[in-house]
Design a protein around this ligand. Sequence first.
Ligand code: ZN
Length: 213
Amino acid sequence: MLEKLFQGVKEFQQEDFEKHRKLFESLYNNQDPHTLFIGCCDSRVVPSMITKTAPGELFIIRNIANIVPPYKETEEFVSTIAAIEYALHKINIKNIVICGHSNCGGCEALYLEEEKTKDIPNVKKWLELAGEVKKRVSKIVPANDIRARDWMTEQLNVVLQIEHLLTYPGVKKRVKEGSLNILGWHYIIQTGEIYNYSFEKRKFELLRENDIK
Ligand SMILES: [Zn+2]
C-alpha cells in the first residue's frame, strides 16, 4: 500500500498540480477560505469532493463524530476549539458546515457496552461530548430499532453540535446580523445525498436539485 501513496504523489504532481498550477501559485502566501467544514474522520467523507470545492476554499476540521466541544478556555479538547477559534477570529469565515454522515462509527460507539471501550478510553472520553444525543434519541426512537436509532443519532448529533457552536464568542451575534451562516448536514455515503437541517422546521430535509440555486 505504501507504493500506492508514492505513486499517488507522483501522479498528483505530474497531472493535477500541472492542471491547476495557476491556482496553487496564487495561493502561495495567503488563504481566504469562505467555509469552515467540520466533519468526521471517516475515510468515506471527502469534504472537497462532496462540495466540489478547490484548495483554498474550505478550512477543515475533522474529528471522531464531527463534534464541537462547547466553548471554554480549557486544557482539554484544545485542538478542535483552537481551530474553530482561529477560523472565527483570524480567517473571518462566512459559513460553517457541520457534516455528519450515514453509518458513522463514532455515533455508533456511543452505544458500545463498557467492556468494548476498554482499548479506546480517549474515544470514549471524547464521545462524552455527544452524550446528550443518546438521551434525546431514546425519547423518540424505540430501543430495538437500531437502524432508526443510528440515523436519528447521526442527525441529532449534528443539531447538538450546532448548539455547541452557538456557545462560541461572537457566533450568535454574527448569525443574527447575517454575516455567518451555519449549516447542518447529514451526508449519505451510498447515495451521495445530503440532508440539510432546516432551523425553521427543526428537521433535516433532502437537498434536491431544485432547491439549489
Ligand atoms: Zn463518522
